[in-house]
Design a binder for this molecule. Structure first.
Ligand code: NAD
Length: 513
């Protein structure tokens, strides 16, 4: 059983016959179309999957509907559902190496990042298992009468469409799949067409953990066809989407036309606000620089919460930016599977071209390149054909520039400065997004004041990037609608139902005739 999951390279064997999963069966796309999956570190195909279409979605939704209406899943006890989630977490841990490697080849990240992602995915499954397990069966409401028993119970929403992006393929899938299953729903998931492999592998693990046929379905394929059909399908009850603002807006429009529940996790343009007092000691300075580097350049900046805007107090700007640029210039770029490599390529030629275009436009608007701003020279660990781009620090930036307002989703950090706390807060909030932000200061009163005023879904004080499965993740403004993780992340997948029982029924006599 376990061996069958692996191909010749010791990683999960995802293939054309093994990428679309409908009603418990693995199969080709109905059209027979296929898609090559490209390794971004050398631009060579290394796997092939079925390229599904709207007709595959229709079959998958029908399977999910049948499993929801007639199958056992929604009627299983909370304890059984929690046990399945826990078994899945155990299988993920078991396959950590193979899944981490697969994610690295597919998304370009380092294998170590891939492994950390798998750990976080297992944590998400365990968290939602514990959350549902620990809950009371319903919320008893005080109706103010001894003859009324009133209780609010939570039921699954029904059939869910889950649509995910390419930067954290497995992690984003888990933040949807784990609560959807914990709540008793069935679903069809569509991973990004360029990074579908680990999501397909996860669906296989769910089957191995004992999930009944039809509960978890996957259709690989493009956003404009598969994604669009999932968003508009009349038999879908909920759409949960993670991705960019442009496609998220289309999904919201399609879901609204069918009055579906919708959750959107979109982009970010995240401020990293650094006060001079955070840099007063050499340890403080070193920590703030190191974390600014990590905030901006981990996974080549392809992170929704990337700290892509450094907003720094003018008095420390030159020293800070000089050190940041020096260290950014030393980041070891290369194929994510090579040892010693710290950062992989961008995910696609398109993503690199987009980054190049933003940098060119910033230079045209007056930004000064402190490091990077170009493709690196090829090397033993960096094939010439890979989509590499050097970590780039752009100084002398301001809010009028596109590169400061729009999400680049590449290794580009912009630098803006402030003189007062008021100005720092105003700059931090001057974005149409509101996903995440950080404040660095040694003054605890200021830290709380600024954190309290930043309009972002997550605010870090003297840190950047950590999240907790117990705490809600999501954004203000155009960063999205709804929340993942935490109790709210489960609530998205539930319908509260009020059951009002009259223990002493009698006529109302409003109408007297
Ligand atoms: P994208 O919007 O291009 O694609 C996301 C998913 O939507 C893919 O599966 C794609 O195929 C699908 N899609 C595209 N057009 C669609 C349509 N018309 N209808 C339905 N589905 C469609 O985003 P991406 O480039 O894959 O990912 C990067 C974006 O994701 C960034 O903006 C990033 O900030 C965001 N993101 C947000 C979070 C978060 O938690 N807020 C997490 C990760 C990524």
């Amino acid at each position: 059983m376990r061996r069958s999951r692996y191909g010749t390279e010791g990683i999960h064997d995802v293939s054309v016959q093994h990428s679309i999963h409908v009603g418990g069966e693995w199969r080709h796309a109905l059209s027979g179309a296929t898609r090559d999956i490209i390794d971004p570190s050398d631009a060579k195909p290394f796997a092939q999957v079925a390229e599904g279409g709207a007709e595959d979605v229709d079959e998958a939704v029908a399977a999910a509907r049948a499993a929801f209406e007639d199958g056992p899943w929604r009627r299983t006890s909370v304890a059984e559902r929690a046990a399945l989630l826990r078994r899945t977490a155990d299988l993920l841990v078991c396959d950590r190496e193979s899944l981490g490697l697969l994610e690295s080849r597919d998304a370009g990240k380092t294998v170590e990042e891939g492994r950390v992602d798998v750990d976080c995915v297992a944590d998400a499954f365990r968290y939602f298992a514990d959350l549902v397990r620990g809950e009371a069966a319903g919320r008893v409401v005080d109706a103010g009468s001894d003859t009324v028993h009133s209780v609010v119970v939570y039921e699954p929403v029904g059939v869910c469409s889950l649509i995910t992006p390419w930067n954290y393929p497995l992690l984003q899938a888990s933040w949807k799949i784990a609560p959807a299953l914990a709540a008793g729903n069935t679903f069809v998931i569509k991973p990004s067409e360029i990074t579908p492999l680990t999501t397909v592998a996860l669906i296989r693990l769910l089957g191995e953990a004992g999930l009944p046929a039809g509960v978890a379905n996957v259709v690989t394929g493009p956003g404009e066809t598969v994604g669009a059909r999932l968003a508009e399908h009349p038999d879908v009850d909920l759409v949960s989407f993670t991705g960019g603002l442009v496609s998220g807006t289309k999904v919201a429009r399609a879901a609204a036309a069918g009055v579906k529940k919708v959750a959107l996790e979109l982009g970010g343009k995240n401020p990293n606000v650094v006060f001079a007092d955070a840099c007063a000691t050499s340890e403080g300075f070193d920590t703030a620089v190191d974390q600014a580097l990590n905030a901006a350049f981990i996974h080549s900046g392809q992170v929704c919460s990337a700290g892509s805007r450094l907003i720094i107090e003018e008095s420390v700007r030159e020293r800070f930016v000089a050190e940041l640029a020096r260290r950014a210039g030393k980041i070891r770029l290369g194929r994510g599977t090579e040892s010693g490599v710290e950062c992989g390529p961008l995910v696609s030629e398109q993503q690199r071209a987009r980054t190049e275009e933003y940098v060119a436009s910033a230079i045209g608007e007056g930004a000064v390149v402190r490091c990077g701003g170009k493709r690196p020279e090829p090397s033993d660990v960096r094939p010439a054909t890979g989509y590499f781009y050097e970590p780039t620090v752009l100084d002398q930036c301001h809010r009028g520039m596109r590169v400061v307002r729009e999400e680049v989703f590449g290794p580009v950090l912009t630098v803006e400065t402030f003189l007062t706390e008021e100005e720092a807060v105003a700059l931090g909030n001057d974005t149409e997004y509101g996903l995440a932000g950080a404040v660095w200061t040694s003054d605890s009163g200021r830290a709380r004041r600024v954190a309290g005023r930043l309009r972002h879904g997550t605010v870090w004080i003297n840190d950047f990037h950590p999240y907790l499965p117990q705490a809600e993740w999501g954004g203000f403004g155009k960063s999205g609608v709804g929340r993942e993780l935490g109790p709210s992340g489960l609530a998205e997948y539930r319908e509260p139902k009020h059951v009002y029982e009259n223990l002493s029924a009698a006529p109302v006599r409003w109408f007297r005739g």
